[in-house]
Design a protein around this ligand. Structure first.
Ligand code: ADP
Length: 624
């Protein structure tokens, strides 16, 4: 996720800011200490400069002690004008005696005040309080200047006693002192501003040197995250950032390699999964589908996009019977029936846990195996065994009851005995026929039945079979099936159709279908037999006007032991295996057999066999 950086959030700004702040604080402290020091130094020097030398004050004390005021004043004036006071300070010195009278001033144009009483309260205070002098700095708003005022008492020392004789009042402008300080401060401030400016520029340069490579690396990592590995970060130097850049470049290569290998692994897995005949579903820890392959999608008839994220319990429709905990704790196999009206589908689901090395269960894998065919074969086998047993038990039971009756005395009855014996013989014959049929089927199933293929003229063969049935009609007086009358109609193509078949087996098929046509037709029916050819097939059809086969039974009449009307079939001596054998034979010859029928209107059985017409064939055979 790319978040826009505000300028003040950038490292560049932070470094420059910290740098500038540090400079300012340092310069501020240094400046404050420096100016303070300079101020006190300058003030000390200034005070020294304006204070009267010791001998001057001693002389002044002496002059004030004199009685002659006029000459004393003269002397004071001389003393004051000689006092070595710097003129720059605009200094005013007054000498005042202990009565408060001004006795002298250094100001040449202000001599009139000599002899007047002082009005200065500070001076009065020192004189009258006899205090040790005072010092003060005052601001004069008029001249916009600071003034330093010092009042020093003059004390006459004589024979152990000290008498105050007056004071010296000095007032000097501090202008020169503060001027020089403010000049220095200005220079210092200028220098500081320049230093901060330069510092800022320097810090920007430094921070850029840091942030430019960082920005580039950031861009590169964003590209890697997007899956673009083409870029390389520029390496600016061999410092930490340089090493980081090398590491980022290495990372890009590694990620690309890892990505490629996962990608190819994924593709391999995908193709394996896509081409598997088994369905595969993988889920996360909560049992929600994360992977589902094509086969599983087909099995379960779901949309693969919608399936992802759904619970496996819902997908497999087993929520009622199982919980996710059942599957996780005891992952085993379960049978699922997904049969619909259209098709059967029985799936065996094998579950296993997806575990990490640490033992942490990260999901569930489910393999769906289609066992419909297996189940069907199983079912058929069971059904077959049950059918065989049942089919044999019925005739055996009836044979036994007849034999019992005979042995109970019926054998003596010349009326009943032959009938009973006939029935037992018929039943035994039927059983033998059934066993023979079963043997034939079993041989065909196991593939041990060899086909004796030969090129046969199908028109002739069909005719031959039908002729036999005609003969049965003709000799119907002696025949078993004498109660039935029927007519056989032939609609054959004129062309001779030579087809490669096993004559004996195929004759059996035609016999069987013809027998059925007669068996399941009422008296006096017409059986229409056709033989036609198509582009590469010959089609034989035998149509009767009999009972027909109910629609629901049509798909099953070729099944073993399947009979529409069991009692009727049995009464007719049928085994229920004739059409099953016919189907096997026709299929082994590469052909197809099917039936079309309407209940009550008759049935038509079709056999199609592969046929390669060769036009010159006839001539060729004629010549031979
Ligand atoms: P079966 O020995 O019982 O005749 P088949 O395998 O020959 O055994 O036939 C299976 C069943 O198909 C028969 O029992 C009968 O119900 C039905 N069937 C066969 N042919 C016809 C037909 N031409 N008309 C009506 N039903 C027929």
């Amino acid at each position: 996720m790319k978040r826009k950086l505000r300028w003040y959030q950038s490292i560049q700004f932070k470094i420059a800011f910290v740098f500038a702040m540090m400079l300012i604080i340092t310069l501020e402290i240094v400046g404050a200490v420096f100016v303070q020091q300079m101020e006190s130094q300058n003030l000390r020097t200034f005070k020294n400069q304006i204070s009267l030398q010791r001998y001057v004050s001693t002389n002044l004390t002496n002059e004030l002690s004199r009685t002659s005021t006029t000459s004393a004043n003269k002397q004071i004036r001389i003393l004051l004008s000689d006092a070595n006071i710097p003129s720059t300070a605009n200094t005013e010195i007054r000498v005042i005696d202990n009565k408060g009278t001004i006795r002298g001033t250094n100001e040449a144009n202000n001599q009139t005040i000599v002899g007047q009483k002082t009005t200065d309260n500070a001076v009065k205070k020192v004189i009258y309080n006899n205090s040790g002098g005072s010092e003060s700095t005052t601001y004069d708003a008029e001249t916009n200047q600071y003034y330093y005022t010092k009042i020093t008492p003059l004390i006459k020392q004589s024979s152990g006693s000290s008498t105050p004789v007056g004071v010296v009042y000095i007032r000097a402008s501090l202008k020169s002192v503060y001027n020089s300080i403010s000049q220095v401060t200005t220079i210092y401030l200028l220098a500081a501003i320049i230093a901060v400016g330069l510092g800022l520029i320097l810090s920007l340069v430094i921070s850029r040197a840091i942030t430019v490579p960082i920005t580039e690396m950031k861009e590169q990592t964003l590209r890697i995250a997007r899956g673009d590995y083409s870029g390389q970060v520029k390496i600016y130097g061999n410092d930490e950032l340089g090493q980081l850049a090398i590491a980022v470049n290495n990372l890009s290569v590694r990620v690309e390699e890892a990505q490629e290998s996962t990608e190819s692994e994924r593709r391999r897995l995908n193709s394996v999964m896509a081409h598997m005949t088994d369905g595969v579903i993988a889920t996360d820890r909560r049992g929600n589908v994360t992977i589902i392959n094509e086969t599983a999608v087909e099995f379960l008839d779901v949309d693969s996009d919608q399936a992802i994220g759904q619970s496996i319990l819902d997908i497999l429709n087993i929520r009622k019977q199982y919980t996710l905990r059942d599957l996780l704790e005891d992952p085993d196999e379960i049978m699922l029936d997904f049969s619909t009206d259209d098709h059967d589908l029985i799936l065996q689901a094998y579950f296993s846990l997806i575990q990490r090395e640490s033992g942490f269960i990260s999901g569930l894998a489910c393999v769906l195996h289609d066992v419909t065919e297996q189940q069907k074969i199983d079912q058929d086998r069971k059904q077959f065994v049950s059918n065989v047993s049942h089919e044999l038990r019925t005739p055996l039971t009836s044979v036994r009851s007849y034999i019992e009756a005979l042995s109970d005395g019926a054998w003596k009855d010349p009326e009943i005995a032959p009938k009973f014996l006939k029935v037992t013989q018929e039943e035994t014959d039927r059983m033998i026929r059934m066993i023979n049929d079963l043997l034939t089927l079993s041989r065909m199933d196991s593939g041990t039945q060899k086909l004796n293929l030969e090129l046969v003229n199908l028109n002739e063969l069909f005719n031959y079979v039908l002729n036999r049935f005609d003969m049965i009609i003709d000799s119907n007086e002696q025949n078993e099936r004498s109660d039935k009358h029927y007519t056989i109609k032939r609609e054959f193509t004129k062309r001779d159709l030579w087809v490669e078949i096993d004559t004996d087996r195929f004759t059996q098929v035609l016999d069987n279908i013809m027998n059925n046509a007669i068996k399941y037709s009422p008296d006096g029916g017409v059986v229409t037999c056709r033989l036609i050819e198509t582009h590469n097939n010959v089609i034989m059809s035998i149509a009767d006007q009999g009972l027909g086969i109910p629609r629901a039974d049509i798909p099953h009449v070729f099944d073993r032991f399947y009979r529409v009307d069991k009692a009727r079939s049995r009464a007719q001596g049928g085994t229920g295996l004739g059409l099953a054998i016919s189907k096997e034979v026709v299929q082994s010859l590469g052909g197809k057999i099917w039936v079309e029928s309407r209940e009550g209107h008759g049935s038509t059985f079709y056999i199609s066999l592969p046929y390669e017409p060769y036009d010159e064939g006839d001539d060729l055979w004629d010549e031979v």
